[in-house]
Design a protein around this ligand. Structure first.
Ligand code: BGC
Length: 785
């Protein structure tokens, strides 16, 4: 159980329309994915609170100091716990600094009262919870939110989550998960922003800015906790908690940037991960925690271990007893021990024996107190219980949840129907619908795997919303199967319902709580249970079929992508799933989501990602749809039984309209590596300005996320075939054109070299402005010495 509740388109007309040309500037450019004006790391400390911290440290006993570094779960556990329940007594003695997993103002105040009124030094507790994609107002799962490619929207969702959770006394969320993942087998891919460091960094920043607001001490701000530091998304075989091997170069180029963005945005805390990285468990890794995070990035906040990660150092095999585990984690840079109880049990003794310097304990306590002061907990430790209910599910929060859900839907396929145009949006001639599938009338799964305090609402299901739109007599509902099970009778009912309707809408996919998120790795990525059979039988009726896929990951469904005319990736859309889906299905809203990851054809292709290296034997134009016919087709980097290309590329997503990309221009044809290196370490002015003109060539208004990619060739370290360096979402009326501008900074051309220095080298550069990572208009330029 992972949450407290459950873990459970037409061209001609538009071309005839007068085309307007207007200009838009990059909202999120490659210059930096990070808007300026955020609080920044320095805001965590100020002279006044540092003085108060000095005073407190002078008064604290060693045990009280250690107490600040101890965190227990007082609610529903998210893993094996310590078995302790004597929290009231421990808090009174100053032995606990933070609590997780309680979620109401009343419970929070009850514990806080003990800390503030009964403990010797009156130090308030810090209350944390996994507020991952909303607190009461559940937004789409993070992978879905990432498909919006809309950091500003994500920031707003995080703000709502902060307002609601703070009203319940929760001033700390274990979010955002900024782990890059290239492997859909890993269940936790659902919790992150996908595979790309640039997109991931923009989104990481957005979450932190949303949670923490402009001031951390505002009562409705909560501390962010980017996680899991680091490499967790690269677990071998996609198996959760598994080991990770990533070279320092790859770590720095692909896995660290979103963490850096979160830290630069001022994240007050950070969570160390479960996995080992190159043999060293991340929760005891001095290189990543001390050298990089604190040494290079100057992180001032709290490093919290993941749930029992300190204890797990023993199973990892780097500690044969609890004391050693505590010492290794602490000295590597983990300030707070989540749930293991090993700091509580051993840290004071480790200081007394001289194995851990007390000055190091003081530093960690300072970081904890710093965050408590920064949140204003010393001045306002309590939460006003009378304001709690009113803060939840506000109409504007629900409206935002609907907008967010609409923007996360990715139209994957929309084939023309015989004699007509594309199947979607459903035309007004559709009077009756067969609604089929285990997720068609399912409110709980729509909330996703980390639903915090979310509760299924009346309006949430597709069935309810469709009935409201068409009249319930025109919605022939047949479940067809369960998610994991089903019967022939259920399938027969679904086929019958389809035969009586104009169109069949199938809502198929995964069970959010059990098959996605933590501890939900899958070795098979097809539709579970009888769903594939159900789909094939419904399609066999010959009626038009729309397939809505609900999942925390891409699913490998080659049959569906070949035989079903319209398919949309819906992720888990949250508390406004039903209304959002219906608005998109009927074209009130034009879908605009784009994949934040590469969608594989089969599991054997994983890990599959767009920003890969070319290899020494790229297949070139070899026909990979058939087995090799000769040695030239064989001895290349390929499979003998599968294509290299994905089902859908990173950045892909259709619209009910069409867009034309034209007039790519660069303000320079040559750049100098020397100038770019100077710029890297100095001014922030753009090194290159790229523009292109995008035109809506269809008959509907639509939003398009325009992407900018580069490839560097001739560098000392091989670079990806493409790397995203900018994107922006633009809205275009039918026939309208806009000029998009990407002011690229030096970092768009920089990479980590073999000596792990961030540099620009002379190179041949290819640059694309594109609708996704597999196509686009391109131009070449050169970086000279
Ligand atoms: C997860 C974390 C989560 C923590 C606290 C762990 O099992 O890995 O992502 O924040 O539990 O619930």
């Amino acid at each position: 159980m992972k949450s407290l509740l459950h873990r459970s388109a037409v061209l001609a007309l538009a071309l005839a329309l007068a085309s307007t040309t207007s200009t838009t500037s990059a909202q999120t450019s490659a210059h930096s994915p990070i808007p300026s004006g955020n609080p920044g790391p320095a805001s965590l400390s100020n002279p006044d609170s540092e003085k108060k911290i000095d005073e407190l440290l002078r008064k604290m006993t060693l045990e009280e100091k250690v107490g600040q570094l101890v965190q227990y779960s007082a609610g529903q556990p998210t893993g094996p716990g310590t078995g302790r329940t004597d929290y009231a007594d421990m808090i009174q003695k100053g032995e606990i600094g933070a609590i997780l997993n309680i979620a109401t103002a009343r419970e929070v105040n009850a514990f806080q009262k003990i800390a503030v009124e009964k403990s010797r030094l009156h130090i308030p507790l810090l209350f944390g919870l996994d507020v991952i994609h909303g607190f009461k107002t559940e937004f789409p799962i993070p992978l879905g939110l990432a498909a919006s490619w809309d950091p500003a929207l994500i920031q707003q969702t995080a703000r709502v989550a902060a307002r609601e959770s703070s009203a319940s006394g929760i001033r700390w969320t274990f979010s955002p998960m900024v782990d890059i993942s290239r492997d859909a087998r890993w269940g936790r891919i659902a919790e992150g922003a996908g595979e790309d460091p640039f997109l991931g960094s923009a989104i990481a920043h957005a979450y932190v800015a949303g949670y923490q607001g402009s001031r951390l001490d505002a009562p409705d701000s909560i501390a962010a906790c980017p996680k899991h530091f680091v490499g967790y998304g690269a677990v071998e075989g996609g198996r959760d908690y598994n080991s990770v091997e990533i070279s320092e170069h790859t770590l720095r180029q692909f896995y660290l940037p979103p963490f850096r963005a979160a830290v630069d945005a001022g994240a007050a805390t950070l969570m160390s991960s479960f996995n080992s990285l190159n043999g060293v468990p991340s929760s005891a890794n001095p290189f990543t925690l001390d050298h990089i995070l604190r040494g290079e990035w100057h992180f001032q906040g709290i490093v919290d271990s993941d749930y029992t990660a300190v204890m797990e150092l023993m199973a990892h095999g780097i500690a044969n007893d609890g004391a050693t585990a505590a010492r290794r984690a602490f000295l590597a840079g983990v300030d707070m021990d989540m749930v293991s109880s090993l700091y509580h049990d051993h840290l004071a003794q480790l200081v007394r024996s001289g194995e851990v310097p007390e000055a190091r304990v003081d530093e960690s306590v300072r970081r904890v107190l710093r965050v408590k002061f920064a949140l204003g907990l010393f001045e306002r430790p309590y939460t006003d219980e009378s304001h709690e209910a009113g803060a939840m599910l506000q109409p504007e929060s629900i409206a935002l949840a609907r907008t967010a859900a609409e923007r996360t839907l990715v139209l994957l396929k929309n084939a023309d129907m015989p004699g007509q145009g594309p199947l979607l949006p459903l035309s007004s001639s559709v009077k009756s619908v067969a609604l089929i599938g285990p997720l068609a009338d399912d409110a709980a799964d729509m909330l996703g795997s980390w639903a915090a305090q979310g509760r299924p609402l009346d309006e949430i299901t597709l069935r309810g919303s469709l009935a409201r739109r068409l009249g319930s007599e025109n919605v022939r509902y047949a479940k067809g199967s369960g998610i994991l099970d089903g019967t022939d009778e259920q399938i027969a009912e679904a086929v019958k319902a389809t035969q009586q309707a104009d169109v069949a809408i199938l809502a198929l996919g995964e069970n959010a709580a059990e098959m996605t998120g933590e501890a939900a790795s899958r070795a098979f990525l097809g539709l579970p249970g009888h769903q594939q059979l159900l789909l094939e039988k419904v399609v066999a009726t010959g009626k038009p079929v729309v397939l809505l896929l609900f999942s925390g990951r891409p699913l490998t469904l080659p049959w569906a992508f070949e035989h079903v005319p319209a398919v949309m990736a819906c992720w888990f859309p949250g508390v406004q799933a039903g209304p959002a889906l219906v608005r998109v299905l009927f074209g009130d809203v034009n879908p605009s989501g784009k994949l934040p990851l590469t969608w594989p054809r089969s599991v054997g292709q994983e890990p599959l990602y767009y920003n890969a290296l070319n290899t020494g034997r790229p297949p070139g134009d070899v026909d990979l749809t058939r087995p090799p016919q000769n040695i030239f087709e064989k001895y290349v980097s390929r499979y003998i039984d599968q294509q290299n290309s994905p089902q859908f590329p990173f950045g892909f997503g259709l619209s009910y309209t069409t867009f034309r990309y034209a007039n790519l221009s660069l303000d320079k044809s040559k750049l100098s590596a020397k100038d770019l290196n100077d710029l890297l370490h100095g001014a922030t002015k753009p090194a290159l300005t790229v523009t292109a003109e995008i035109t809506n060539t269809g008959s509907r208004s639509g939003e398009e996320t325009v992407q900018c990619y580069v490839r560097l060739q001739g560098t000392s370290v091989a670079q990806p075939v493409r790397a995203l360096v900018g994107f922006q979402r633009i809205a275009l009326a039918p026939g309208e054109s806009k000029k998009v501008t990407f002011p690229l900074g030096p970092e768009a051309f920089a990479f980590w070299d073999a000596l792990n220095k961030f540099v620009v080298e002379p190179a041949k550069v290819t640059l694309w402005i594109a609708p996704d990572s597999s196509q686009g208009i391109r131009q070449e330029l050169e970086i000279t010495k």
